[in-house]
Write a protein of this length. Structure first.
Length: 206
């Protein structure tokens, strides 16, 4: 029977994981995302490989079923910060584990330290979501009021975004905290909508 919750979770997982296929800047060899696949109706796998040739990898199996708590941003951070640095050692430690049809070692996410009850995620994912909204596909709905004109980290926890106001032809820099005073990531889910009336009325400068 189709599970709409599982389908939605997989779609979001796929969207969040796609940027990870890009090679890191520079020449450093780092673990790469080999793929994101739907193993079955209730499971998704993020596959990471320790080598550029991608001849072997770790397939981390996450439960998508609606009866399971599943935080997509937490899963992406788990793949980036827990699995990726340890992928070579995981291949050695689990060489006798089952493999998928591509020869990847399959490990349940819970067996690699993933906590389904946790909800932590990193601030850079939230910034990426904001940037995706601001850039959009083609001409964004708010282009009559403002456009996204770039960004620059001014320190490790502050990202300045540049907003070009269409009516005045002026560009403003807005500093966004990546995390709050409590250390938790700051969310900017509604900022794109909130900027439009400010730009339209000239209140953005204030």
């Amino acid at each position: 029977m189709p599970d709409a919750d599982a389908d939605g979770r997989f779609d979001l997982l796929l969207c969040r994981a796609i940027p990870l296929v890009l090679a890191p800047a520079g020449t450093a060899v780092a673990p790469r995302v080999w793929g994101v696949v739907r193993a079955d109706s209730g499971h998704a796998r993020i596959v990471l490989s320790p080598d550029a040739a991608m001849v072997s990898g770790i397939a981390v199996d996450y439960e998508l079923a609606s009866g399971t708590l599943f935080d997509v941003t937490g899963a992406i951070d788990h793949a980036r910060f827990t699995i990726a640095p340890a992928v070579t050692q995981l291949l050695v430690d689990h060489e006798d584990q089952p493999r998928d049809s591509h020869g990847n070692t399959v490990l349940a996410a819970a067996d690699t330290g993933f906590d389904y009850t946790a909800g932590a995620d990193s601030g850079d994912q939230r910034l990426f979501s904001l940037f995706s909204l601001l850039v959009g596909g083609g001409l964004p709905w708010f282009a009559d009021d403002y456009t996204f004109a770039g960004f620059l980290y001014t320190d490790a926890d502050t990202c300045r975004i540049y907003i070009h106001v269409t009516r005045t032809d002026r560009t403003y820099g807005i500093d966004l905290a990546v995390s709050g005073d409590d250390g938790r990531p700051t969310g900017y889910a509604y900022l794109a909508q909130e900027l439009a009336p400010l730009a339209r009325t000239g209140d953005l400068a204030r």
